[in-house]
Design a protein around this ligand. Sequence first.
Ligand code: DC
Length: 223
Amino acid sequence: MKRFSIAVDGPAGSGKSTVAKRVAAKLGIIYVDTGAMYRTVALHCTQTGIDLQAEAAVVASLDELNMRIEPNAEGQKIFLNGEDVTAKIRTAEIGKGASTVGAYQKVRERMVELQQDMAKELSVIMDGRDIGTVVLPEAEVKIYLDAGVEERARRRVGELIAKGENPDFEEIRNMIIQRDYNDMNRAHSPLKKAEDAISLDSTSMTIAEVEQAILDIVAERVK
Ligand code: DC
């Protein structure tokens, strides 16, 4: 089988990363979580006292930010200037910050360059917001994964509880709505379904069903 790419886009909490990790393991390919990269930029700014609304300062901070992604059996590890920040970036606050810095064109240019480099030599399944439209427009398989907002909020709340947090459902739901609005309405590479993407609605599908649907599409498209 030749090298191939799978692009998975969709709003927050649609199940992209859970499913993409499983598909990667099944196919023996690399999983790249691009949201983690924007989250790492937001974390770096937060830790160094840079106002996320200050676009020029956020962009300038990229020069002292070294990001390294290490794919592994569980998905990926991400390092910020040598520190493993894989767990640290998974808060609702950093997710919101990632959406803010992800609106800046110069931030996107840097991230897209790194993402395209990762997909150059190896088969990947990459999830994000602009993968099928901008990062990997030639991907053999493009999936647009969606789910109803209530269900997505329930999933996020479940994840946060599993991590020992005590989230408020309404607050999480409102943050998701706000984040989707930001991601879909920004000027640069907004979240939208690529014309040639296949839509899947995971609201009432199990993880295994979504995984199988993607594997079936891959089997059909990648020979
Ligand atoms: O998938 P996630 O929740 O980890 O993503 C966090 C934010 O990062 C998301 O709300 C918008 C931004 N993002 C982006 O702009 N482009 C991507 N390819 C991935 C994420």
